[in-house]
Design a protein around this ligand. Structure first.
Ligand code: GLC
Length: 728
């Protein structure tokens, strides 16, 4: 970033310092968002560029040189390098997000601008809409427009992008850590209508020998889409089903929506009215919107006592044996509100019998076609924070975030162990309470590559327990696309195959052979990688930083900067998935020599690949990736689900020319002990001496691991296998 000489000190601006790397500037009187957990130490400072604050807006522009790159902004469209398009931070339900769209489900206002010499992080702590024009209108300018005069602007300076991300994570606090079973394979579909169907899904996974850790329950388990209700007709034995499946190591994970059905006699509605828990319209009455159940009220999650009240409702589910939930429609999504519907109906009545001109027709059509999530709805209901009233629009991005805080607190209180929790809407800060899925994507190849590109930006915002709807939510998946998607999703911490009502079925077994065998193999390989993935999750939880990094964060050069379809996972792996149709392989850029891993269940093979561009064959049946030089990768044999994990024998792949080490983190997988550093560590170290001999050292506090089998390749491509007994 080029510092701008001109400095305009705003009258209402106060400067503060937070850590050595983080300073900030408060404009006006910002809404407390609780995104940042450290204290501000106010002091004198100058902002190195000018920020205009006027007429209800804050605005700043920064110059972009040709070489500058911009990273971050969370779950958004566009590339890993965000240049060349516009984005908006305003949590929005957009089930058909194609190239033109600027808003998605999350609002993450952290980005890093990197030029040839220096990287600078920016975080805007503001809960309303922010627009980013990242070199779109003018290629050499980034402009940020904040829709309010009250906000905190943070600058994070010093070091590489990775260091900037870590400094940012220090100020926003540690991330949510799921239980280990949360890293298993999950099957979901909007359309499992009865408990028999759910049972059948489970039975099919079992008979087809496909591992499974959970089945997500969509709306149909509820009665009339009412939160915290059960359909007596479709799920008469909910508790029994939940418990029987849990004994087999398979969890049910029900959905909870933000809107509470307006219905007299319905306990949640009645309690909400009595406790004054719903957001209000301009007349002070509970605001009426329509979502799945028809008319709903929205709990005011921005109020602490409402969060506690709603959070306690999750006990109804935990009492039934539920250990995980997904929070949905919490942007909040609105199908229509009463005013808009009335306007449409009035316009239609007025048009009756008229000879409509084209403009009148389109205007009438728009009244219904564009009736969902209209901007004005969010100006029609209000929240009160610390005695001040705000339209939802002004604090919009805090809504889903606080629904999730509510769920997290409730689940934590009512379960004595860790739970799975994912939310659709998100903002930074929520990362301390849950993971997320990236919302309603489609069964498109472009959304498969979007899934990959979103991963580092999500990590930058502190979200690690993330994944997309594998196979795509909307649209018709082809067998080829699902298998390719699994080849990517086996690496993402949240691995959930989910699809919409009415779309082609996409369970891994719903295709013809050999695809079913390929899908089975992919999912089994996920379980083989589990020790590593879980260890990496525990590490980023503790230390912050990135689990998924673009090559550009680690290597110099234009090739690394532009390789947006490859990704580093941890310090060990490089993924290079196939994200296009009809391919039998792909070109891969190797910034250094690496081992190509053919991760086959029968036999894992390593092949040395030199730095440069290489063509890799990559069939649908394969799982291929790269192991970096002087790195080790622990893995194990596949099991039916996490409850059956067997770590007696740990396997390790290594590409070791001189020396490599890895510390495998593990824990009991379900308690909060990790918060106090309670974990098992297995230190693996391999040294290659001058005469070519190998020395191997294993130190482990893990109660289960007894044997470690190393498969080690050197620079000449030779492979040696060594077995180490622990304690001998
Ligand atoms: C929303 C969710 C989707 C879910 C559907 C029905 O579109 O994003 O995952 O299946 O609602 O509940």
């Amino acid at each position: 970033m080029q510092a701008v000489a001109q400095v305009k000190m705003e009258a209402k601006m106060k400067a503060f310092k937070m850590t050595d790397a983080v300073r900030g500037f408060t404009f006006g009187d910002p809404v407390p968002t609780e995104t940042v957990i450290l204290e501000k130490q106010y002091r004198e400072d100058t902002l190195p560029f000018s920020v205009e604050v006027a007429e209800g807006k804050g605005r700043f522009s920064l110059p972009l040189t040709k070489e500058d790159r911009v990273y971050g902004l969370g779950p958004n469209l566009g590339g890993i390098n965000k240049r060349g398009r516009c984005y908006e931070s305003y949590c929005t339900d957009d089930p058909l997000h194609h190239e033109d769209k600027t808003t998605l489900y999350g609002a993450h206002n952290f980005f890093v601008l990197e030029d040839a010499d220096v990287a600078t992080g920016f975080f805007i702590d503001f809960p309303g809409r922010i627009r980013y024009d990242v070199g779109f209108t003018a290629m050499e300018t980034i402009t940020v427009e904040i829709s309010g005069e009250d906000f905190d602007l943070y600058l994070i300076e010093g070091g590489s992008i990775k260091e900037i991300v870590r400094s940012f994570h220090e100020i926003i606090g540690k991330s949510y850590m799921p239980p280990k079973w949360g890293l298993g394979y999950f099957q979901s579909r909007w359309g499992y209508k009865t408990e028999e169907e759910v049972q059948e899904v489970y039975e099919t996974f079992k008979s087809q020998d496909i591992p499974l850790d959970g089945i997500y329950l969509d709306l149909d388990y509820m009665e009339d889409f009412k939160d915290f209700s059960l359909s007596k007709e479709r799920f008469p034995n909910f508790k029994k089903l939940t418990q029987e499946l849990k004994e087999e190591g398979v969890r049910l994970i029900p959905i909870i929506d933000a809107g509470v059905k307006v219905e007299e006699g319905y306990n949640i509605y009645e309690e909400g009215i009595q406790g004054d828990h719903f957001v209000k319209d301009a007349e002070g009455k509970p605001y009426v919107a329509a979502v799945w159940p028809g008319k709903v009220h929205f709990p005011d999650f921005l109020k602490k006592d409402t969060r506690t009240w709603f959070g306690d409702q999750y006990k109804m589910l935990t009492d039934l044996g539920i250990d995980g939930v997904w929070n949905d429609m919490n942007e909040p999504a609105i199908f229509y509100d009463e005013t808009a519907l009335q306007e449409g109906v009035d316009a239609a009545m007025a048009a009756k019998g008229e000879n409509l001109g084209v403009n009148a027709f389109f205007s009438l059509r728009d009244k219904f076609m564009n009736i969902g999530n209209k901007e004005e709805y969010y100006r029609r209901f209000f929240h009160t924070i610390e005695g001040k009233t705000y339209t939802n629009e002004a604090v919009h991005n805090l809504y889903g975030y606080n629904m999730t805080v509510s769920a997290s607190e409730g689940l934590k209180k009512h379960l004595q162990k860790r739970h799975v929790l994912i939310s659709r809407a998100s903002a930074i800060g929520m990362h301390r309470y849950s993971g997320l899925w990236t919302g309603d994507n489609s069964s498109w190849w472009s959304h498969l590559s979007l899934n990959l590109r979103m991963m580092p930006a999500l990590n930058m915002s502190g979200f690690y327990y993330v994944g997309a709807d594998t196979g795509g939510f909307g649209g018709q998946v082809s067998g080829e696309l699902l298998t390719r998607w699994l080849q990517l999703s086996v690496f993402t911490p949240l691995l959930r195959n989910h699809s919409a009502l009415g779309t082609r079925v996409q369970e891994p077994y719903a295709f013809h052979e050999p695809l079913v065998s390929y899908n089975r193999a992919q999912i089994k390989r996920r379980y083989m990688l589990l020790p590593y993935l879980y260890s990496e999750m525990l590490k980023v939880h503790e230390k912050g930083g990135l689990m998924f990094s673009p090559l550009a964060f680690e290597f110099f050069g234009q090739e690394a900067q532009e390789a947006e379809d490859q990704m580093l996972l941890g310090e060990e792996l490089m993924m290079a998935p196939v994200v296009e149709a009809n391919k039998k392989g792909r070109y891969v850029y190797l910034p250094e020599s690496m081992a190509l891993v053919d991760f086959d269940m029968e036999e894992v093979t390593l092949t040395k690949e030199s730095a440069g561009v290489t063509y890799m064959t990559y069939d649908l049946k394969d799982l291929k990736f790269f192991l970096r030089r002087n790195r080790l990768l622990p893995f194990t044999l596949p099991v039916g689900n996490v409850s059956k994990e067997d770590l007696t024998t740990l396997r390790v792949l290594g590409y070791v020319d001189t020396e490599a080490s890895y510390t495998l983190y593990d824990d009991d997988g379900e308690s909060y002990g990790y918060e106090e550093g309670k974990r098992f560590e297995t230190h693996l170290q391999v040294r290659r001496l001058e005469d070519g001999e190998l020395t191997i050292d294993v130190q482990s506090t893990h109660p289960k691991i007894q044997t470690v089998i190393f498969t080690l390749m050197d620079d000449s491509g030779d492979i040696r296998i060594k077995e180490v007994q622990i304690g001998l």
